[in-house]
Ligand binder design. Sequence first.
Ligand code: AMP
Length: 293
Amino acid sequence: MRYSEFYYICGMKTLEKVSEMISFRSSDFFLNKKVGFVPTMGALHQGHLALVKEAKRNSDICVVSIFVNPRQFNNPSDFKLYPKHPDRDIELLKTNGCDVLFLPESDDIYSNYDGYDVDLEGIDNVLEGKYRPGHFKGVIDVVYRLFDIVRPHKSFFGQKDYQQLVIIKKMTDIAMPDIEIVECPTVREKSGLAMSSRNQRLTEEQKESASQIYKIINEYELHQIVNKETDEIANQIKSRIDKIEDLKTEYVAFCEQNTLKPVIILRKNMSVVLCVAVFCGQVRLIDNKILHF
Ligand code: AMP
């Protein structure tokens, strides 16, 4: 049985075909309604559900998509091992305010659609862009396509993927300026570990190690690091993280909050984002902290 046949009677409309979503979006159901949209790759956790609740609070109709986008994985094994729990996700969405769930297939999303090209003026080449070539091209391709199908008034993104948020804001400013991008804070485990679908691939011991990442970046008080060179602080953070069992830092970087340009010296009145990418065993984790000096 298709999800769409079963779950309609349970109060949340579930659609799997692009053509069905497009025609449903033009139906009376959406007439004069404000649409809030949350794109996800599923394996949902409280971080995703916080976006869904925020979308519901700020819109008449909350649409969520679950699509593990092959184009944004630069590492085939990461794609293959990406967790998938569609039945559990559907139950969670039904009880957390989702009105419409869109569950498309890859062939359908990318049929008659090559992708969307936009000049992001280099913000896609730093940080994640540098270490995951092609990743943001894949993100832009899918988000542009989903926005075109769902036509939301607002779309909700997490600060957890900070560079993605900045890039999506830039893409919509250029290509779809009527869509408002709403930024939502990172939801964390009690231990401080940023929630992530990839955490499911960690052992309990690895989760304990991974929780040290945020504890370390959170320890640096603004008054201690103002007027300091970022290289010095970044190296300290890197060596502290690398001493922990199973952790290996890929980068630690201080960037201007809106442009993601590198910051050399931390000065008063600056807004800076401290971004880290760390391998915990085979699992690559990212986190960040926004610093207003
Ligand atoms: P993903 O399913 O990983 O593609 O994430 C879908 C959306 O959820 C993105 O906007 C992410 O930034 C957001 N998200 C993922 N983890 C968290 C978190 N721990 N807190 C807040 N938002 C998150």
